[in-house]
Write a protein that binds this ligand. Structure first.
Ligand code: ADP
Ligand code: XUL
Length: 547
C-alpha cells in the first residue's frame, strides 16, 4: 500500500491529508483551527496583531502543538500510519522562527513519554515569529534595497523587490532592534523548514521554492546570495540552513514519531515548501496557459513559469516551483479578512453574503471601493483606509458587492505581468467554496474558473509532492500532469463560465478602477466624471439607485 501524507501549516489552521496513491483517493483529511482548537495561545485568526496593525506575529509552539494534536487524531482514527511511505508539508511563506543552540540537541534527544511542546519550548531565541501579515519593516526594506543597488537590481538578484513581510527585512529588523537575541540565535528557519526539522529530528534544509520568498536567495543560481546576506545582517550565513531542491530526500522520520505515533521508521521525508508553491501542485498548475487564485487568509494569484521572468515594476514575485521551474505570484493582504470585515459589519453569514452578491448587478451601480482595510501589499498601501466612491459604509448591498468587485478588479490589473491571459483559472482556499464570489471573478477575468472539491490544495500538493519524490527515488517516474490529474478529477469540478454580456461593462470598470488607484495612491486625476458616465451607460434606468 502506498500512502503519502501532506501537511500544511497556514495562517489560521493546520491541515493533514492522507492519500492512497494506487486508489487515487484521499483517505483522511482534517484541519486544526488555531483559534478554536488551541485557544490557550490566544491568537485571533491565528496571529497576534499590534494595536497599529503593523506588527503581526504567531506562535511557533502553537504550530508544533497543532502537529501533535493532528497526529493524536490520526491515532484515534486508527489510520495506517505505518504504511506511509513519505511525508512532507508546506507552511505560510516568509515567516521566520529563531532558535538557540539547544534546538538541534533537543530534537535529537526527544523522549516519547513527553509532548514535543514541553520538550522544545526552551529552544527559541525569540518567543514569537513574525509572519507574512507583518508590515513593520519598511525602513529595513529600503536599507536592503539601497544596498543591493536599487529596485531593479534587487528584483534581478532575489526575484522580488524587498517586501515588509519577506524574511530578509524581518531578520534585519530583529538584528537591529534585539541584537543580543539575534546573537543568541543559532539557526533561523522559515515556518516550512522549522516544521520540517521537527519531523526530521535535526535542522532541515530550506527548499528553493520557499527560499525565494526571503530576499536572500539568488533566484538564478538558487544559492544564498552573499550581497543579499551582507545587506541584511552580520554572520547571517552561519545562521541559515542550507538550501536544497524541492524533491530531495532529506532523511527518515525521527524515532520520536515512530515510538509515539506508530509511523514506520522507514518513512522518508522531503523538505517542506511554501504554501503557494505547494498549491501550485495541489491545483495541477504544471503547464502554461493556466493560473490559480487562492482565496485563503491572503488572496494570491499565481501562474506556473517555465522560464524565469521577473516583474520589474516590483509588485509581483517569482518563487521557485516544486517542479524545479518557477512560479509568478501576487499577494493581497486584504483577502478573506477584508471580506469578513464587511460581512461582520452588517451581521451577515456567508449565505446572506452570497445571496446579496447574487442579487446585485455587475458594476454595482457605479459604486467603487478601494478596500484597504489593513495595509496592502499590491498595490503598496502602508496606511490602511477604505475609500468608497458613490456610497458610504452604511450601504449593505453596495459594500458587499464593492469589496468583491474591487478585489478581482485589482487582481486582474496587477497580474497582467505574469503571462498572457490564462485560458482557465483554478480556485482554491477557504473562500473558493463560495460560488457567488467565483462568478464575479470569472466575469472580471473573462475566463472560466474551476472549483475543486478540496479547498486545501497546499496540503494536497504536499501529499502529491511526496508521491512524486518517492517514485522518482524508485526510478518509477510519473509525469507531473499524470500524477496530479488522477487526484484532481477536473471532470468532476464545478466550472463557472464568464458571462459575455458583462465583458464591456467590466472593461470599462477596470479602466475606472485603475484611475481610482492612480487618483488615491499617486495623486492622479479624479475620475468622478468617468464614473458618472459609467453609471449613465449601464444604469440609466435605475437613477434612483445612483449617487
Ligand atoms: P488559510 O489557509 O490562509 O488559513 P483558508 O484557506 O482556510 O485560510 O481560508 C479561511 C477563510 O475562508 C476564512 O477566513 C473565511 O473568511 C473564508 N471562508 C470560509 N467559508 C467561506 C464562504 N462560504 N465564503 C467566503 N469565504 C469563506
Ligand atoms: C505569499 C504570502 C501568503 C502566505 C500565507 O507571498 O505572503 O500567501 O504564504 O498564505
Amino acid at each position: 500500500m502506498d500512502y503519502f501524507l501532506g501537511l500544511d501549516c497556514s495562517t489560521q489552521s493546520f491541515t493533514g491529508i492522507l492519500i492512497d496513491f494506487q486508489q487515487k483517493k484521499t483517505i483522511f483529511s482534517h484541519s486544526i483551527n488555531f483559534d478554536v482548537n488551541l485557544p490557550q495561545y490566544g491568537t485571533q485568526h491565528g496571529v497576534y496583531t499590534s494595536d497599529d496593525g503593523k506588527v503581526v506575529h504567531s506562535n511557533p509552539l502553537m504550530w508544533v502543538e497543532a502537529l501533535e494534536l493532528l497526529f493524536t487524531i490520526f491515532l484515534q482514527e486508527d489510520l495506517p500510519l505505518n504504511d506511509i511511505k513519505l511525508i512532507t508539508g508546506s507552511g505560510q511563506q516568509h515567516g521566520t522562527v529563531y532558535l538557540n543552540k539547544s534546538f538541534e540537541s533537543t530534537l535529537k534527544n526527544l523522549n516519547k513519554e513527553k509532548t514535543l511542546v514541553s520538550q522544545i519550548k526552551g529552544a527559541f531565541s525569540r518567543e514569537t515569529s513574525p509572519v507574512w501579515m507583518d508590515f513593520s519593516t519598511t525602513k529595513e526594506c529600503e536599507e536592503i534595497r539601497n544596498q543591493l543597488g536599487g529596485l531593479k537590481s534587487t528584483i534581478q538578484i532575489t526575484g522580488s523587490n524587498t517586501f515588509e513581510r519577506f524574511s530578509g527585512p524581518q531578520i534585519r529588523k530583529f538584528y537591529k532592534d534585539n541584537y543580543d537575541y539575534y546573537a543568541q540565535t543559532s539557526v533561523i528557519h522559515l515556518v516550512s523548514s522549522f516544521l520540517s526539522s521537527i519531523l526530521l529530528g535535526k535542522n532541515s534544509p530550506i527548499e528553493h521554492s520557499d527560499g525565494a520568498g526571503m530576499n536572500l536567495m539568488n533566484i538564478r543560481t538558487k544559492e544564498w546570495d552573499n550581497r543579499a546576506l551582507n545587506s541584511t545582517a552580520p554572520e547571517l550565513k552561519k545562521k541559515l540552513p542550507p538550501l536544497t531542491s524541492p524533491l530531495s530526500i532529506i532523511g527518515k522520520i525521527a524515532p520520536f514519531f515512530v515510538d509515539r505515533y506508530g509511523f514506520s521508521s522507514e518513512t522518508l521525508l522531503i523538505p517542506w515548501s511554501g504554501d503557494n508553491p505547494s498549491s501550485l501542485i495541489g491545483v495541477g498548475l504544471t503547464g502554461k496557459g493556466k493560473a490559480a487564485i487562492s482565496l485563503g487568509t491572503s488572496d494570491t494569484y499565481f501562474t506556473y513559469l517555465k522560464d524565469l521572468s521577473v516583474d520589474l515594476s516590483g509588485e509581483g514575485h517569482v518563487f521557485g516551483a516544486p517542479t524545479g521551474d518557477y512560479m509568478g505570484l501576487i499577494c493581497y493582504k486584504n483577502g478573506s479578512l477584508a471580506r469578513e470585515k464587511v460581512k461582520d459589519s452588517f451581521n451577515l453569514n456567508w449565505t446572506d453574503f452570497s445571496n446579496i452578491l447574487a442579487k446585485t448587478p455587475p458594476g454595482n451601480y457605479g459604486k467603487i471601493m478601494l478596500p484597504y482595510f489593513s495595509p496592502e501589499i499590491v498595490p503598496l498601501v502602508s496606511k490602511p483606509k477604505v475609500h468608497r466612491f458613490g456610497f458610504d459604509d452604511t450601504d449593505l448591498e453596495g459594500n458587499v458587492r464593492a469589496v468583491i468587485e474591487a478585489q478581482f478588479l485589482s487582481m486582474k490589473i496587477h497580474s497582467e505581468w505574469t503571462q498572457e491571459p490564462p485560458e482557465e483559472i483554478y480556485a482554491t482556499g477557504g473562500a473558493s467554496t463560495n460560488l457567488a464570489i467565483l462568478k464575479i471573478a470569472a466575469n472580471i477575468f473573462k475566463t472560466k474558473i474551476l472549483q475543486f472539491e478540496a479547498t486545501n490544495s497546499a496540503a494536497l500538493g504536499a501529499a502529491l509532492r511526496s508521491a512524486k519524490s518517492y517514485y522518482n527515488s524508485k526510478n518509477q517516474s510519473f509525469d507531473w500532469t499524470e500524477l496530479v490529474e488522477g487526484f484532481l478529477k477536473k471532470e468532476e469540478s464545478v466550472i463557472i463560465y464568464p458571462d459575455k454580456k458583462y465583458e464591456l461593462l467590466y472593461n470599462d470598470m477596470l479602466t475606472i478602477y485603475q484611475k481610482y488607484e492612480d487618483h488615491i495612491l499617486r495623486n492622479g486625476e479624479d475620475p468622478e466624471l468617468s464614473r458618472q458616465n459609467f453609471i449613465k451607460k449601464y444604469f440609466k434606468n435605475k437613477r434612483d439607485k445612483q449617487s
